[in-house]
Design a protein around this ligand. Structure first.
Ligand code: SF4
Ligand code: SF4
Length: 129
């Protein structure tokens, strides 16, 4: 769930406001977005992925808000970590070539499918009580 917009890092580009599929953000003062509808966050990480300033933190806890502290997040390298893991951003290299998940889909497509089940034979009615 979205937990933090860094006032210090945000460059007021408005990208997070536009990419969020559930309109969690409002435009705030000086173009710095505010988390206006946190309960609508789907924990999709889109905002964090697209933020060019690594100014957002989406916590993996999707079902409840958690307390975060910006200084701790910075110290732990967690601000913008998802974007970094994708290899997005200046000086980073895309990690798409290292993602093997597409192989699972290929294997699933080749897996034999179970033959259709014959319908169950009707059962004789039991004795009347
Ligand atoms: S994680 Fe997804 S749903 Fe939540 S604020 Fe970011 S873009 Fe919106
Ligand atoms: S995408 Fe990042 S830099 Fe741009 S407005 Fe949102 S928080 Fe600020």
């Amino acid at each position: 769930m979205i937990e933090l917009v860094s006032q210090d890092r945000c460059v007021s580009c408005g990208i997070c406001v536009r990419v969020c599929p559930t309109q969690v953000f409002d435009n705030g003062a000086k173009g710095i977005p505010t988390i206006a509808r946190q309960e609508d966050c789907q924990t999709c990480f889109m905002c964090e992925a697209y933020c060019p300033a690594d100014a957002l933190y989406v916590a993996p806890e999707a079902d409840r808000p958690v307390q975060v502290d910006e200084a701790t997040l910075v110290a732990e390298g967690k601000l913008g970590k998802y974007r970094a893991s994708l290899g997005w951003g200046t000086g980073r290299r895309s990690t798409a070539q290292e993602d093997d998940s597409f192989r699972i889909l290929a294997l699933a497509a080749r897996a034999p499918t179970a033959p259709p089940q014959a319908p169950a034979a009707p059962t004789a009615p039991g004795p009347r009580p």
